[in-house]
Design a protein around this ligand. Structure first.
Ligand code: NDP
Length: 365
């Protein structure tokens, strides 16, 4: 399995079902002649993920570089400018970020603010005529997702979601098995995207900004079930929220369990929690099984199969692979791997999970 970030997947990811074995389709990086080799990226929201993961990864990318920042915290500006050599004219506030339209240094605007604000800033970026990268989960509602998709389409810019696992080589091996079927047909799927000991604060405790386990972490389990099966579920058959620490989780979910049903009768069990340490994606089949555990950590996503085969390609930096893949899709004008429709489908499922948990009913998707 290839894992070098200098290779990329030239693959038109079918958004309805994440179809085809793109794990097998990596090829040497090709930048079309007369195209930019590296795109200028402006980060919107200089919080933990931007500071600790994305900006450092942009020092490793070949086809993307950190060119600008958008922040509401003036005290962060000199720190970032000094650390990354960002020019004065490439520094923006949320109020001035629409002026990025006039800045040729910036090709892509990467939205890394709280989930409830993704739509607002993604639309400003698209209207500025810049390509948009947007963190997961895409937005709070299906309707907000559609607004982002429409803004990008209307402005003829590409939209990619920050689903880093889909770029990760061991995950890609697991995805390829839905076509190669090493153990026959799938009989059940299980996904858990959890971490233990999480204590919500700030926007992660605020429902209106996208707080809670299901949006923040559960989207990995939902997306994982979809990329493992290559199918979209037709119903949430059951869902429930569990609160073990009521003093901490007053308005957002701590743990959510759900079950998804597919057209062919396959069932997938999902779990997300910021209180329990379970993190895996497992597919049981007629004559064997395979799994990743952990399935969405920043480092060390590894797996195994029932026949002893290990999924253990070393990945130095997931975010660098993701951003190089997404930059190349822009440079070469090819399909992105994680389009808006993929993120919107996950939000449609998450909305159905909340409805099922609230009503106790099965909810069609
Ligand atoms: P943080 O709270 O650490 O940072 C969010 C930043 O957004 C703030 O520092 C601030 O930056 C800006 N911001 C703008 N408006 C607000 C507001 N009203 N309240 C709070 N912050 C605001 O969050 P994270 O960096 O952990 O998460 C940001 C996004 O990235 C989320 O969508 C999250 O789901 C996603 N994420 C993705 C990960 C992945 O693996 N793909 C991992 C972690 C997060 P400033 O001060 O510069 O204005």
């Amino acid at each position: 399995m290839l894992c070098n970030r200098r290779v990329f997947i030239q693959h038109s990811l079918v958004t309805t079902a994440l179809s085809s074995s793109y794990a097998c389709q990596r090829k040497q990086t090709i930048v079309s002649p007369n195209k930019k080799e590296s795109l200028g990226i402006a980060l919107v929201g200089l919080g933990n993920y931007a500071s600790d993961l994305i900006a450092p990864a942009l020092q490793l990318t070949k086809h993307a570089h950190l060119a600008g920042i958008v922040t509401g915290s003036p005290e962060k500006i000199p720190v970032w400018q000094e650390k990354y050599g960002i020019k004065d004219q490439n520094v923006y506030s949320y109020e001035s970020m629409h002026q990025i339209a006039d800045n040729d240094d910036i090709d892509v605007v990467y939205i890394i603010v709280p989930t409830g604000l993704h739509a607002k800033y993604a639309i400003i970026a698209a209207n500025a005529g810049k390509h948009v990268w947007c963190e997961k989960p895409m937005a709070l509602t299906v309707s907000q997702c559609q607004d982002i998709i429409d803004a990008c389409a209307n402005n003829k810019v590409k939209l990619s979601l920050g689903y880093r696992m889909i770029h990760e080589p061991n995950t890609q091996s697991l995805i390829s098995y839905r076509d190669t079927k090493p153990f026959g047909e799938m009989t059940s799927v299980s996904a858990a995207s959890c971490y233990s000991g999480g204590e919500p604060s700030g926007w992660r405790a605020d429902k209106s900004l996208g707080g809670g386990a299901m949006y923040d972490m559960g989207v990995y389990a939902v997306n994982g079930i979809r990329y493992a099966t290559g199918q979209d579920p037709i119903a949430v058959t059951s869902a429930r929220h569990i609160i073990d620490r009521p003093a901490l989780f007053k308005e957002v979910d701590e743990t959510t369990e759900f079950q998804l049903k597919f057209q062919n009768g396959l069932l997938a069990n999902g779990l997300t929690s910021v209180g329990k340490p379970d993190n895996h994606l497992r597919v049981d089949c007629e004559s064997g099984w395979y799994q990743l555990s952990p399935m969405q950590a920043y480092h060390g996503v590894v797996g195994e199969r029932s026949d002893g085969v290990k999924l253990d390609v070393f990945v130095p930096n997931q975010q660098a692979i993701q951003m190089d893949d997404d930059a190349l899709a822009i440079i070469n004008d090819t399909a992105v791997m994680c389009p808006g429709e993929m993120g919107q489908k996950d939000i449609r499922i998450i909305e159905a999970i909340f409805e099922s948990a609230a009503t106790g009913n099965s909810v069609s998707i």
